[in-house]
Design a protein. Structure first.
Length: 306
């Protein structure tokens, strides 16, 4: 009776402190539920769920590794088809990367769906974020378009030696977004396709022949004819130097300390650098034997007595 009185006197909004008897009754009810719970069924259901999850993970992994093998086989078959049809190696590289990325994305979506994730929701979310991603990746899209332009216009191909954007080297690969160049000192440089597609590109590999130029300075007073004959004899002894067009030697400039001769010879593209460097050394070693001297800067000082 006393408890009912206090219970009626308490405001409705304030929390009600239960007496010990009620708390004991609630605890007893909870213990009774725990005791009478069918744990066998509980653990059986949990074990079934775990087995099902593990099975889905195993299936997803199997699909992933089998899919990777199939993608590699498709790329190999694509390369074989390109080779039989004599497809340009640059286009072949670009298409290989494109097909690989497309099939890899499809494979990932299949694996995710196998794990029970709603792929439709992912695609919808991706579509909703397309505008933001497109704005953030505007440069990437331009690089992709630049790659397409390179393949269509063909200013260079894989294997060509080019100079562009301040970099010189051999084109090793044309990817979706960049061109891979290997420099003569074996550095690998990735040049964005957009920048190289709109830049001035020097392609040294398009022609079969290249002209090698040297500038040789001789001393004032030395015979130009003797120097010309010595230089032409040195070049004639090199089998890599072509006789047609024939090498020439001209006076290029009357400099402050030397008479500069321009030496020009034609060689095959692959022999350019070897001919250039090796004949530089021959000029230095053999010209003095013909009485030709190499000058160095000199200053005449006149002293005046007062």
């Amino acid at each position: 009776m006393l408890w009912n009185f206090f219970a009626q006197a308490l405001p409705v909004d304030e929390p009600l402190i239960l007496p010990d008897s009620v708390q004991k009754a609630n605890i007893a009810q909870t213990i009774d539920k725990v005791i009478h719970t069918d744990y066998r069924q509980f653990f059986s259901d949990m074990l079934g769920d775990m087995v099902w999850i593990a099975l889905k993970i195993v299936v997803a992994l199997a699909i992933y590794f089998i899919g990777r093998w199939i993608v590699r086989r498709l790329i190999a078959l694509l390369d074989l088809a390109f080779e039989k049809r004599k497809v340009d190696i640059s286009l072949r590289s670009f298409m290989r990367h494109t097909v690989k990325i497309i099939f890899t994305v499809i494979l990932i979506l299949i694996v995710v769906q196998t794990l029970g994730v709603n792929v439709t929701s992912i695609i919808a979310l991706f579509s909703a974020a397309t505008l933001a991603i497109g704005m953030a990746w505007s440069g990437t899209a331009q690089n992709f378009a630049g790659g397409i332009m390179i393949l269509l216009m063909k200013p260079y191909r894989v294997g060509d030696f080019i100079s562009a954007q301040g970099q010189s080297g051999t084109v090793r690969d044309i990817k979706l977004f960049s061109t891979v160049i290997t420099t003569p000192d074996n550095q690998t440089i990735f040049v964005p396709n957009n920048s190289i597609a709109t830049a001035i590109v020097d392609n040294y590999s398009t022609a079969d022949l290249r002209r090698v130029d040297w500038t040789v300075g001789i001393s004032y007073g030395d015979s130009i004819e003797a120097a010309r004959k010595a230089l032409l004899d040195i070049l004639a002894a090199d089998s890599r130097v072509l006789a047609d067009p024939a090498p020439v030697v001209w006076v290029a400039a009357l400099a402050d300390s030397s008479v500069n001769l321009t030496v020009r010879a034609w060689v095959r593209n692959a022999d350019y650098w070897n001919v250039f460097f090796e004949n530089n050394e021959r000029f230095y070693n053999e010209l003095p034997q013909h009485g030709i001297n190499f000058p160095f800067p000199q200053v005449d000082v006149h002293m005046k007595k007062e």
